[in-house]
Design a protein around this ligand. Structure first.
Ligand SMILES: Nc1ncnc2c1ncn2[C@@H]1O[C@H](COP(=O)(O)OP(=O)(O)OP(=O)(O)O)[C@@H](O)[C@H]1O
Ligand SMILES: [Mg+2]
Length: 141
């Protein structure tokens, strides 16, 4: 299947959650993913983008970068923001840990990303921003 790469930059607003889902779905389409694989990737992207919007930028202005890479049957997606960053990454990644119980977040975003993708890596620096890197290997049909 070869290699392919893309990058999109969009504003931090909730409308762009569905935009990001559609872009990653279109990008991955050439690998002929199953509906389940596609749903997994879209959900993981939604969770990461939502996090950038509500945590990274606290609902305010900012830009979000989504990079996609295809290598054979493996899809890599990176979601990058330049927001507040994360102080304690292992703690943030624990299921049910949230810093925003006040707005009814349940702390399950990273747990979903981990469950739906094959690999999840988070890099972050307080005051600089956050990069979430996820990989999924699709089935060969
Ligand atoms: N891009 C980000 N920038 C800053 N902090 C983040 C970012 N992504 C996640 N976090 C921190 O990690 C915590 C856990 O994130 P996670 O997505 O697992 O849960 P949540 O967003 O709080 O709740 P849910 O995803 O279930 O609505 C967040 O509460 C927040 O403190
Ligand atoms: Mg979340």
């Amino acid at each position: 299947m070869g290699k392919n790469e893309m990058k999109v930059i969009f504003e931090s607003c909730s409308e762009n959650e569905s935009f990001a889902r559609m872009v990653i779905a279109a990008f991955a389409a050439r690998l002929d993913p199953t509906l389940e694989e596609l749903a997994d990737i879209k959900t993981a992207v939604s969770e990461a983008v939502t996090n950038s919007i509500i945590h990274g930028y606290g609902g305010g202005e900012g830009s979000i970068e989504m990079r996609g890479m295809i290598d054979g049957m493996e899809v890599t997606v990176e979601i990058v923001d330049f927001g507040v960053g994360i102080e304690d990454i292992p703690k943030a990644m624990e299921p049910m840990f949230t810093t925003r119980p006040d707005i009814d977040r349940s702390g399950m975003g990273f747990a979903f990303m981990e469950a739906f993708m094959d690999e999840l890596k988070v890099e972050s620096e307080p005051g600089k921003g956050t990069k979430v890197c996820m990989k999924k290997r699709l089935s060969e049909v």
